[in-house]
Design a protein. Sequence first.
Length: 742
Amino acid sequence: MVTTDTYPLDLESLLERLPDLTPHDRALIEHAYYKAQVAHEGQFRKSGEPYFSHCVAVAGILADLNMDAETIAAGLLHDIIEDTVVTGDEIRGEFGPNVARLVEGVTKLTKLPIENIGNKPENDRHNRAVNRELEYFRKMFLMMDDDVRVVLVKLADRLHNMRTLGFMDETRRKRIAQETMDIFAPLANRLGIWQIKWELEDLSFRHLEPEAYRAIASNLDERRADREKYINEVAEVLRQELAKFGIHNASITGRPKHIYSIYRKMKNKNATLVEQIHDVRALRVIVDLEEQCYLVLGIVHRLWRPMPGEFDDYIAAPKDNFYRSLHTAVWSDKGKTLEIQIRTWQMHEDAEYGIAAHWRYKEARHQHDEAFERRIEYLRRLIDQGGDSREDAESFMNRLKSEVFQDRVYAFTPKGDIIDLPVGATPIDFAYHIHTDVGHRCRGAKIRGRLVGLDYQLRTGDQVEITTAKRGGPSMDWLNTDLGYIKTARARSKIRHWFRKQNRDKHISMGREALERELKRLGILDKLSFDAVARTFEFDKLEDLLAAIGAGDITGAQITHKILEDERREQREKEAEQQLLRPRSRPTNVGVDEGVTITGTDGLLVNIAKCCAPMPGDNIIGYVTRGRGVTVHRRDCANIASMPEHERERLLDVSWGSVTQEHRYSVPVEIIANDREGLLRDISTTIADEKVNISSVEVKTKHHIATLNLIIDISDNQQLARIIRRIEAIPNVVEAHRRNSL
């Protein structure tokens, strides 16, 4: 055994952070240190530092969390199997099965499955790459169920890599930073490890939005002295007031605000100045007992006027990651806003270290820890909820992002039970959370006794009452993402499962109706056969496609996207072929006003044909007119189809050029509805919500049936499809579709 006198400085520093180590634990960490040091000899990082320095840094982060000796040893050894000749069996023989399991677990998370995709089409390569990455994250979450310490080592590894990310090239920096912001920071949050969560967010934000990061950091630095002086003054005032009520041992400190959290609040509140965010000035009060938290809250509200809507009681209703604290915001005597957190020492320990707090007390590692078991059970529910062995990586990831990574709202049943859902959840999500059968039969909802639409977005504190039918099932429209009926992947999975259980003949019938409706919305029902759509989706039989649509496995939005994507691909291939055949000396010009590229012409004027009103996403052709330049038609335009043969020599190939959001195209839309008061207002509001202008409206009513002919200015086909779907969701609207002429 090595004596303390001969410890390297970094090992000595590591051990000093762990004063409660047993001799056995100390020997385990020493052994792991020297094993990793020898194994990584001669390896270097991008920064030029010895690679082993990364291993020590990871162990140091775990030591700051006061993790147990096995986890810290695994932190020192976490890359040894991946990057050196040392094997798992060798680790198992020298360090025991627990350390070996942790190291092997981290090694599995490091490796992504690699396959030869070099000769695949571009979209296929992208999809396979995405699936490999999603499968990696699936493994990470499933690893929690085996030993959550594996994920803690991985978080420490990611944190140190983020601290040294500046040595990577820009492309890799942004990819890793985005991955960290999307996955690892929310994961740390769900595990309740605030220390790691906020640093991962700030480091990611620094690389993703460097200008915004520097602006906020500079602003905070400039005002730091004034802010600290102010915080010290109000802390002293509060300390004296607490003493009057017998609270002498409270810790009152300024709470550091993190740059990314300030940025998010500025975005949410549309603030342009950091000083407009009230909790830039923040205090944290820590007391011994839970009842003292509420006494402190009362004293704070007596001293300073509370801000309406800025109080949260996370003690009575903890967050889903077990966070507990009181939050309030007040106006101080100087008119400045101040946020105050109030918690006990135990709550503070849990908030800072989350699930890692289990290892901070040695006695907790040798006896049953109910809080720890509740956290583990919570993680298991997240992993198991709604999943099955057939779930692919993308579905699994979408469910986790929906169920785990989103910010949360806390709604109540009529009996007062708390239902925890992601922000943006609707009454349908609420119903499926209560019970699958309640979700299937959901027909309406009341919030505090007031009727709301099924697309209403729930807010924290809402009391929700679900109205159900005696029989029946979900609506296909609930699966349409453009309509906003559901947020959670759990509800989506349950709805799709219900449709899959219906008989195949019914699925085919429902799918046929849905496909016909979607093609009619796009204005191509007479132009594109169902068999062609089946081939686009790579189905050998049309009935299989219709059954998949009827079962909810393929949605209207997917149909629109796939058809338009296929049209664009064919157009690109045709242009590439024509380019090869065309003499290279002929120039290509762009009609900037209409966003149309004209091939083989010299600066001709471009006009959009009113007979068929083409827009980006349509397959188009040009017609050279006498004295008016080139008129652009849809290729399936009736006027083009009926054109005499001798006129066809004036046709030329055109394609959509660099279309931006500034380009707008007038498109005719017909709406048929049962007439009622406020119908036109509701339609206009729906279109305005998409930031789309209505340039013309014509309404005809006969026998209480209203026919509305609108001309709307839109940017592309997908926006049109989304608007039409939203219009069809309006009460009394029978159908809406694109007309073929202005």
